[in-house]
Every structure is written in C-alpha cells, then in structure tokens.
Design a protein around this ligand. Structure first.
Ligand code: AMP
Length: 394
C-alpha cells in the first residue's frame, strides 16, 4: 500500500474541508448509547478547526432504505459533537444531503467553524458510488479528508468517488492510526507474532487465515469456528456450530499449518443455548452428541494463554465463545487477560472482539482497538481498502 498523504501536510486555513467521519454510532430511539466513534473523530476535527479550516463533516448512519428516513437522521450526532468540541456544530438538515440548506450552510462557514451534513445514505447513489452525488459532495469543498476507517472497505460516493472531484485529499488521524497499527502488525510484526481468530463462522475468516498463516508464528483458533476444525480432526462435535462444506478446507489447513496452528483441546458444552443451561467441560474428542460447544475449556485456556504470554505482537479477531452469555465468556475473558499482561503490541480487530474487550473491562490494557470491524477484517485479509486507495499519495 503506497503511503498516503495525511492532514499534517495540508494547508487548510480559509479553505472548505469535507471530512468523511464514521458517525455510525449505536443509538436507541434517537439517543446515542455509545459515543466512542464521535470521540475517535475529535483529533482530526480539532486539528482542522485549529488550523482555520472551514469544516464540513459527513457520515452514513444506519441503513435507511435509499432515501430520507427521520429514524436515521444525524441530528443527534451534531448535538453530541457540539458538546464534545465545546463549540457549535450546525446541523445542515437536508433530505437531499447536498441541497439548498447544506449549500448555504457550507457557504456561510467562517474559519474554524464546522457543520454536519445529513446522513449520506439518504441518497441512493451513495452506496453505488454514484458520480453525480460524488460531484455534489465535492462541490461543497476544496479539500477532502477521509477519517472513516469503519467505512474504508466500501467504495461509496462519500468514501471514494468524491476524491476524483476535489483538488486535494488526505487521511485523517484516526485512519492514520488504524493503518499504522494494523499495517505494522501484519507487515512488520515484532516476533513472536500470534494471531487469534474466533467468532461464529469459518467462512468469514478463510481469507484472513490464508493471508496470516505465512506471516504468524502461531495461529490460535477458538470460538464457534473451531468446531469445524475439531470435526476435521475426526471428532464428533454434537450440536456445536459446524460448516460441513468447510471440513476439507479445515483439514487442509491443519496439515499445512502444522505446529503453528493451535486448536482447542477441551471445550465447554451446554445442554441448551442459554446462559443458565447445564454446562460442563469435556475434551474435544469426547463432545456428547446432544450438547453444543459454547466456550473453550480450561486446558485450552492454559494452552492459548501460554502462546500469548510469549508473544510480542498479538492480533485478535473474534470471541472464543458465546461471550454475550456471562457463563460462556470465560475463555474470551481469559484471552483478553493474557493479552493485557504481555509486554508487547496488542491489537483488537473491531466488531465483536472490540465489544467483548470493552464489555469485559480490558479496553485500556490494549495497544489498539480498531474502530472498524469489516475494515480491519479486510485489512487482515490483505485487501486494499478503497477509502484509502482513493486518497492522494504522500
Ligand atoms: P463473528 O461476528 O464471526 O466474530 O462472531 C461473533 C459471534 O460468534 C458472537 O456473537 C458469539 O456469540 C458467537 N460465538 C462464538 N463462539 C460461539 C460458539 N461456540 N457457538 C455459537 N456462537 C459462538
């Protein structure tokens, strides 16, 4: 990936800067329930405002069905953002996103002030990377900055198309930080380098396994996806998650990876899929037929913790069990604990692993928690991110 220009090399004084953020925050009934993504965007916004830029913020929010929908208005984000910045961010309410209201608000900006546009997905062209919408967005600004790592895996008008119609473009600080941590972990890790994969499905992680296997010293696989591997080893897995059509792949991986691959040796099985269900630990070659695997067992925790302890770089994506149910969060918690204790770089891919680390109270013990689930996964797959590729090279 060529090195991209960052906002440090821009001269924004008196210029209009369109900044794509990821304000796709969790919300319930119009109330933001977690403002971490807004907080994460602040360094870039503050820098641009401090340098006298005229800042036009934009983002998608939720999944409106290709048209305006009051349920998905970004208005509450403008309020929270104003509080966090300590200065008013005018919400340019506009069903058309770049309509008369947005244009006049953008024209009225003064140095060091900011507005927020309406949800970019109110325009059906957004997700199709439509040229007309890209041009409309670009017409508001002189410079484009992308700081939306959580949307960087998508080639949409506001993340990619728009760059063709502005004079200059650059990465924001959040995006720069994400690329730095994920990039150096994968391309130039301090060794031993351990990757931990979990979560529900093998099929979601195949490209990651393929890309990481040659690069890591150890690859740990747990969570629901592990049972397909356990079955491929010749064991029964009862009612555990299983992808029959991935058994050949799993077997091939087991052979190819050799000692690099660490799989569970025991597992917690439950009689039903609920927290209060009867449960017990069993070796992986003795999973009872009517039970389902819901977490890694104590011997596996020891095995995984040992591998993590000796690592200097650890990347983790996907929980070790059904962590949403406290009884089956033990393995996920133990992995987080082991990571928290090492003297090295610890990186959490976004999505469920980030949620698990936050929920279990280990967030401040990690070197970096990615703000983008899909984007960090695609990055770990070795794919280029369209939202990064489209920006000016340094
Ligand atoms: P993913 O989105 O693929 O990272 O998967 C995360 C989901 O996998 C979480 O909701 C977990 O509850 C689920 N999960 C992890 N381990 C298991 C398991 N053993 N059985 C069923 N679901 C699991």
């Amino acid at each position: 990936m060529p090195i991209k220009r960052t906002i440090d090399s821009l001269n924004v004084k008196g210029k209009r800067v369109l900044v794509r953020c990821d304000f796709n925050v969790p919300a319930k009934d119009g109330v933001i329930t977690d403002d971490a993504r807004i907080q994460a965007a602040l360094p870039t916004i503050k820098k641009l405002l401090g340098d006298g830029g005229r800042v036009i913020l934009c983002s998608h929010f939720g999944r409106p069905k290709g048209g305006p929908d009051p349920k998905y208005t970004l208005a509450p984000v403008a309020v929270r953002l104003s509080e966090l910045l300590g200065q008013n961010v005018i919400f340019a309410a506009d069903d058309n996103v770049v309509g008369e209201n947005a244009k006049s608000a953008a024209a009225a900006l003064t140095d060091g002030s900011a507005i927020l546009l309406e949800n970019t997905r109110f325009r059906p062209e957004e997700e199709k990377n439509g040229e007309d919408f890209s041009k409309e967005l670009a017409s508001l600004a002189d410079i484009y900055v992308n700081d939306a790592f959580g949307a960087a895996q998508r080639a949409h008008s506001s993340t990619a198309g728009v760059t063709a119609f502005v004079a200059e473009s650059a990465l924001g600080y959040l995006m720069e930080k994400e690329l730095k941590f994920l990039g150096s972990a994968v391309e130039d890790p301090v060794r031993p380098f351990v990757a931990i994969l979990g979560g529900a499905k093998v099929s979601d992680k195949i490209a990651v396994i393929d890309n990481l296997l040659d690069k890591v010293d150890s690859l740990i696989i747990g969570g629901g996806m592990a049972y397909t591997f356990i079955k491929a080893q010749g064991n029964g897995v009862g009612k555990s998650l299983l992808e029959e059509d991935k058994l050949d792949y799993a077997l091939e991986m087991i052979k190819k990876a050799g000692k690099k691959l660490l799989l569970p040796v025991d597992t917690v099985v439950a009689a039903e899929f609920k927290n209060e269900a009867e449960h017990k630990s069993v070796p992986c070659d003795a999973i009872p037929e009517d039970w389902m695997g819901v977490d890694i067992g104590p011997k596996t925790i020891e095995l995984f913790a040992e591998a993590i302890k000796s690592a200097k770089t650890v990347v983790w994506n996907g929980p070790m069990g059904v962590f949403e149910m406290p009884n089956f969060a033990v393995g996920t918690k133990a992995v987080a604990q082991a990571m928290a204790e090492i003297d090295g770089t610890t990186i959490i891919g976004g999505g469920d692993s980030a949620a698990a680390v936050n929920q279990l109270g280990f967030a401040d013990k990690m070197t970096h928690i990615s703000t983008g689930g899909g984007a960090s996964l695609e990055f770990l797959e070795g794919k280029k991110l369209p939202g990064v590729e489209a920006l000016d090279d340094a």
